[in-house]
Design a protein around this ligand. Structure first.
Ligand SMILES: Cc1cc2nc3c(=O)[nH]c(=O)nc-3n(C[C@H](O)[C@H](O)[C@H](O)COP(=O)(O)OP(=O)(O)OC[C@H]3O[C@@H](n4cnc5c(N)ncnc54)[C@H](O)[C@@H]3O)c2cc1C
Ligand code: SF4
Length: 333
């Protein structure tokens, strides 16, 4: 039975100083912040995570949703997914985020899950969650049984010969399309990380999932001011209608004027090793007529580099249809 020390730091400075003593902020970290616990405690029960110290950050003052001076939104790290999804400003100006959050997990889980915890949730790859199996992400150098094994739900974009695990988050896909910024306070001060730079591709170091270092506490996420007249959609395709992760999903923030797309932000979920923003789809859309043929061309562009494994080739066509349909919904909504 794994034992650990559980403390509630009085303030962020104390939490960061303790966490900075950890060897890593990645897989195998010996000190971990805990927020809702819906990822971390799950993985501790499976012995996939075995931290010696847990720092409960729920009492830190990081639970507010506030307007920013530039007209954007500041979302505290411990804001619960359900509070964020139902916030009036989010429903009005960032509907894609509200839709993505409400498509995830269950009401009970969303009541616990936090903004920062959702950003850092781990893959659902079955080999990662089973300590009887080898897994490069959990134990570097042991191999990736998913490549020759069960990979139906795993990634087709951003994979490497060392890991093909999918990033499972819905929220991350929406905030990638919204061009969020992640704010971190660490031992050396504060820094702002564009959403697209937070997560790393697996490459030859799949155990390293983000750019975070020991002691880095995510304090809040900011969203830029809403784009006037933009249409937003989150479409999630999965094996069953609730309590299930995406096989393919699409987050769309699009502006159409005079029948033409004037601005497009597109991100995909369920198919990438990280939340997958698609500049290829965006540039295929801008300046073109907002019609199904051009939406399909954008989807083809988004999946051009997709690499199927033995069981997940269907995801490529599924993701194309998901993106095409989401664009149709946004353009006509
Ligand atoms: C059965 C089930 C179904 C689910 N279905 C979905 C789904 O359909 N879609 C979806 O998107 N998600 C789904 N999830 C995942 C869920 O959204 C995440 O577990 C949740 O968002 C994690 O948030 P948390 O606050 O509980 O994180 P925690 O478990 O508390 O923490 C997760 C990680 O983040 C770190 N951390 C937390 N806060 C901070 C911080 N401020 N700074 C730095 N590090 C921090 C922790 O150390 C830990 O490593 C599901 C989960 C379960 C259990
Ligand atoms: S896909 Fe990644 S997480 Fe899954 S077994 Fe391979 S290395 Fe591990």
């Amino acid at each position: 039975m794994h034992t650990f020390e559980f403390t509630r730091p009085e303030n962020s400075t104390a939490a960061i100083a303790t966490a900075a003593k950890a060897k890593t902020a990645q897989q195998g970290a010996d000190v971990r912040f805990v927020a809702g616990g819906t990822t971390l405690i799950d993985l501790m029960k499976l012995n996939v995570e075995t931290p010696a110290r847990l720092l409960d950050i729920n009492r830190l003052p990081l639970d507010k949703i506030e307007a920013t001076p530039d007209g954007g939104l500041k979302i505290g790290a411990t804001v619960r997914n359900s509070d964020l999804a139902h916030h009036a400003a989010v429903q009005r100006d960032y509907a894609v985020l509200s839709q993505a959050l409400l498509s995830g997990a269950t009401a009970q889980l969303r009541n616990m899950a936090t903004t920062a915890g959702n950003l850092l949730q781990r893959t659902r790859c079955m080999y990662f969650r089973d300590t009887a199996m080898p897994c490069n992400k959990r134990e570097p150098g042991t191999g990736c049984p998913a490549i020759t094994g069960s990979n139906r739900t795993l990634a087709v974009l951003g994979t490497s010969e060392h890991c093909i695990a999918t990033n499972p988050s819905d929220m991350c896909v929406a905030i990638a399309a919204l061009e969020a910024t992640i704010h971190v306070q660490g031992p050396k001060g504060t820094r702002a990380i564009p959403m697209g730079d937070l997560h790393l591709l697996p490459g030859s170091t799949p155990q390293r999932e983000t750019v975070l270092e020991p002691g880095d506490l995510i304090t809040h996420v900011t969203l830029p001011p809403p784009i006037a007249g933009s249409k937003q959609v989150y479409l999630k395709l999965r094996d069953r209608a609730s309590y299930e992760f995406a096989l393919a999903s699409a987050a769309i923030v699009i502006t159409v004027a005079g029948g033409k797309v004037t601005r497009a932000r597109v991100a995909l979920g369920g198919v990438g090793t990280k939340p997958w923003r698609s500049p290829e789809a965006e540039s295929a859309l801008v300046g073109k007529s907002a019609d199904t043929a051009n939406f399909r061309k954008a989807a083809e562009a988004a999946l051009r580099d997709a690499k199927p494994q033995s069981e997940n080739g269907f995801k490529i066509e599924l993701a194309k249809r998901c993106l095409t349909h989401a664009l149709q919904m946004a353009a006509t909504g």
